[in-house]
Design a protein around this ligand. Structure first.
Ligand SMILES: NC(=O)c1ccc[n+]([C@@H]2O[C@H](COP(=O)([O-])OP(=O)(O)OC[C@H]3O[C@@H](n4cnc5c(N)ncnc54)[C@H](O)[C@@H]3O)[C@@H](O)[C@H]2O)c1
Length: 309
């Protein structure tokens, strides 16, 4: 029996819960929020699709009652405020740090063995905050950002190539920020064929640029930050852990010398399995990519310095 808790029944949390249920990723899902009735309502709405969609997962919604989350294998933290048009993810740090810290304390009280998936922004810094304050081993703290950014990269590649997104390879590493993420264009491929041989350099550069502002573009269109792909990407990470899938997914992980950096959480290729981050895979970066990663790490360190822990 697998149990997953999703904290925050807002746009991203409810979408994540919906994907967990509709794809049967966990046997039991608990959706929890501080807003009275919100998680109960969203859970009931989702569960009313059970008969239509032939679903087996049990989803319940609770208001701030952490006892109901007891014994969770994985906890996804989406609680906090999202950005509005024109805002950066980094501007959310003040409010979200307090929320993420108190939520982590609460979930670990009832699920001391859980693997934590942090979604709240600024995600790399919130993931680092959990490291600093929870005392959990580093493999049990996963930041979700690279899974989403890589999905967006593959989407834009597929549009440029007129191809099926499922046949595209692409990964984004570095910080989860508009200027800090690094779409690894050199490793992007269509059915194993380097994307750089299939389109002009300027087009590939535009794909990378569109990826980097992918979140901001949607925030402008929607008036708040996106949720379908973020929720699905969080569920993908949960599925890799619950299913012990050993999938390579870009996640924010604590570095201790990997990629030449330490004492920060930042997006790197990770193998995910039942123990959480089971391995950080070190890609062979060229000098230009190494410099981009160094700059990205510098920016994440700077945001981390605003934390009071
Ligand atoms: N990492 C990523 O790739 C990624 C992608 C999209 C959004 N995000 C971030 O995810 C977070 C959620 O975004 P959203 O669009 O779902 O926002 P939202 O406002 O729709 O939902 C947030 C929910 O958190 C709840 N909440 C606030 N404080 C809480 C607490 N202490 N305990 C429990 N619940 C609490 C709110 O009541 C609200 O329902 C934001 O910080 C956003 O920036 C991250």
């Amino acid at each position: 029996m697998s149990k997953v808790t999703v904290v925050g029944a807002g746009n991203v949390g409810a979408t994540c819960a919906n994907v967990l249920v509709t794809q049967g990723i966990a046997d039991e899902v608990v959706l929890i929020d501080i807003k009275e009735g919100l998680s109960e309502g969203k859970a009931m709405d989702i569960m009313q699709t059970a008969n239509i969609l032939n679903l087996d997962t049990r989803l319940t919604g609770v208001t701030n009652d952490y006892e109901k989350t007891a014994g969770s294998d994985v906890v996804v933290i989406t609680s906090g405020i999202p950005r509005k048009p024109g805002m950066t993810r980094e501007e959310l740090i003040g409010v979200n740090a307090g929320i993420v810290k108190s939520v982590t304390d609460n979930v670990l009280k009832y699920s001391p063995n859980a693997i934590i998936v942090c979604v709240s922004n600024p995600m790399d810094t919130m993931t680092y905050l959990i490291h600093k304050t929870s005392g959990l081993p580093k493999n049990r703290i996963i930041g979700m950002g690279g899974a989403l950014d890589s999905a967006r990269f593959k989407y834009f590649l597929s549009v440029a190539l007129g191809a099926n997104p499922n046949e595209i390879e692409g990964i984004v590493i570095g910080g989860h920020g508009d200027t800090t993420m690094i779409p690894l264009v050199r490793y992007a491929a269509y059915r194993g064929i380097p994307a750089s041989t299939l389109m002009p350099a300027e087009q590939l550069e535009k794909v990378a640029a569109d990826t980097m502002v992918g979140g901001a573009t949607l925030t402008k269109l929607l008036g708040t930050s996106a949720w379908y792909a973020p929720g699905a990407a969080a569920a993908q990470v949960v599925g890799a852990v619950i299913g012990d899938q050993k999938k390579l997914i870009s996640c924010s992980a604590l570095l201790e010398g990997e990629y030449g950096e330490k004492d920060l959480c930042i997006g790197v290729p990770c193998i995910l399995g039942k123990n959480g981050i089971e391995k950080i895979v070190e890609f062979d970066l060229n000098e230009e990519e190494k410099e981009l990663f160094r700059k990205s790490a510098e920016a994440v360190h700077k945001t981390n310095s605003a934390l009071s822990c």
